[in-house]
Design a protein around this ligand. Structure first.
Ligand code: SAM
Length: 252
């Protein structure tokens, strides 16, 4: 029997539970200090600047920034992840506020100098206006001069490396990912099938926006962001035909 969800994929707790070991691998967690070095260098974060880690997941960037003395607030909709993040912070005696909220509703007016949206955490909502609402919330939460950094997979890169389907093996099961560009390459339709080792099968239709460098720049500028810079990885390389990720730094 296939367990198919009736809520949008990003609101399905089962998806985030099953995907936790897939997304937050030991290698990815271990690489986080390098990502934070790169973020600090791209955004030029001063020691006393306050950071919002939007869609913080299990808090890997929040924890690393707090270890380095930054004031951080992490926000995420997944209770399971926030519980893990809070536990990890308590074990290291780090003071981080972790807030259970939705990126469409969360904002704190002119409170942060930096907002992070790391590892493809923006692009989920079917309606373009909901996407713009998230960007408006980020803009409202930033102090003047504050920077927003966004890291994802760009449309141009996806078109270059596109794979119709792929399988992967994990300690708790096997994953099939089937992909199709839809709505004239506006969105990616992924069908994720996860087969647990006891034979339980889960299937999700994961549909999300894919943005080109030019599209995301235009969206940010239409909200009021300036000095919108596009990079091809967190190391600050050009967003060209060899880009690996779409990284955007925009200033309020
Ligand atoms: C791919 S993970 C990235 C986590 C983290 N930024 C990182 O780099 O490790 C995406 C995260 O977005 C969160 N998320 C999904 N929909 C959300 C929403 N509407 N509001 C807030 N968080 C959401 C998920 O719970 C998940 O933790």
């Amino acid at each position: 029997m296939v367990d198919e969800s009736s809520v949008p994929w990003y609101e399905d707790d089962k998806l985030w539970e099953i995907m936790e070991p897939v997304m937050f691998t030991e290698a990815r967690i271990a690489f986080t200090p390098n990502e934070v070095d790169a973020i600090k260098s791209l955004c030029k974060i001063a020691p006393d600047e306050a950071v919002l880690d939007l869609c913080c997941g299990v808090g890997r960037h929040s924890l690393e920034l707090a270890r380095r003395g930054h004031k951080v607030i992490g926000v995420d909709r997944t209770k399971l992840y926030l519980e893990k993040a809070r536990k990890a912070a308590a074990e290291e005696n780090l003071s981080i506020e972790f807030v259970l909220d939705d990126m469409r509703t969360f904002y704190r007016k002119k409170t942060f100098d930096i907002v992070l949206s790391m590892f493809t955490s923006f692009s989920y909502f079917d309606d373009h206006e909901e996407q713009m609402l998230v960007l408006r919330n980020i803009y409202a939460s930033l102090r003047p001069g504050g920077r927003f950094i966004f890291e994802s997979m760009g449309k141009e890169i996806l078109a270059r490396i596109f794979l119709r389907q792929s399988w992967s093996e994990w300690p708790h099961g096997f994953m099939l990912e089937e992909r199709e560009a839809i709505e004239n390459w506006s969105k990616m339709h992924n069908v994720w099938t996860f087969i647990e080792r006891d034979g339980t099968v889960h299937r999700w239709n994961v549909i999300h926006w894919i943005y080109s460098g030019a599209e995301i720049k235009e969206m940010l500028e239409s909200i009021g962001f300036s000095d919108v810079k596009i990079f091809g990885a967190l190391d600050g390389r050009a967003y060209d035909n060899e880009a690996e990720r779409l990284v955007v730094v925009a200033t309020k």
